[in-house]
Ligand binder design. Sequence first.
Ligand SMILES: [Zn+2]
Length: 308
Amino acid sequence: MNSRNRMYTPRPRLRRNVPFFSIILVIIIFVFATQLIQNEPDQNQSGEFLGILQVSFINVGQGDSILIKNPQNEFMLIDTGSGDQYDILKSYLDNQNVEKFEYVIFTHPHADHIGSADKIVKEYDIECLIMPRATNTTNTFLRLLGEIEAKNMVITTAEARTVGKEYIFGDAKFLIVAPVKDEYENINNYSVVIKMFYGDNSFVFTGDMEKNSEDDIIDKFGGGISADVLKIGHHGSSTSSSQKFLNLVKPQIAVILSDGGKSYGHPHADALERITNTGAQILRSDLHGTIVISSNGQTLDIKTEITP
Ligand SMILES: [Zn+2]
């Protein structure tokens, strides 16, 4: 009996094992396939992007601060506004549950752009910090360099040789557009300018670049600088936003960040006239407060803090 049993036992075991292994195999294939699907970009069968790219132009008065969130819930910050606006910036970042940044760009070393840059570097993890090869002797800039050194961070410089370089930001990506040259007289023209792409939509962020840098971008990119949304250069100053540049960008929406002229007379009437000539919808932080433009990869949605 024992020997018979031993002889016969393998068969039923085998029969039992076949469905068992089949089920395991099906589970493995299912898990693997699910992971493959999850690793693909967040698009449906027609290639439409399903997530939202959210761009917040935070109202920090006379200064720039722009927060970008991609569909992967990763964050990017362009400038911080002045030091006295830090509470406004910090509460906005807290409301958006920002814990770290994939990218931070300090466009150029002027206080209305890097006023709280030292605090941002100190308080947040930053994967990639992008700055131009421009210096300043102000305490604000020296404090920033001190914090960068204290955290042993590497600065990724944006300069002539890096123009055209692409960075992946989840389902979005951006391109370094300027500074095209390594020598400018005015610090504003060293401003790091990027073009952000998400599906069919694009945004150009300009820092405080003026006409010289705009002309270099025109020579380098021509119509390639066109974008749906343009952050107007230098708070709508008359020395930025040449008609030629604006006509090439052809924005649907132009965003002006300023305190409405209290500090420096920004935006300037001449620049406003040129921007109006493009037919773009003009959104101003001094009139609309914080401006949030969301893209689903095809269309743009605008939300403003104030309805003027
Ligand atoms: Zn500025």
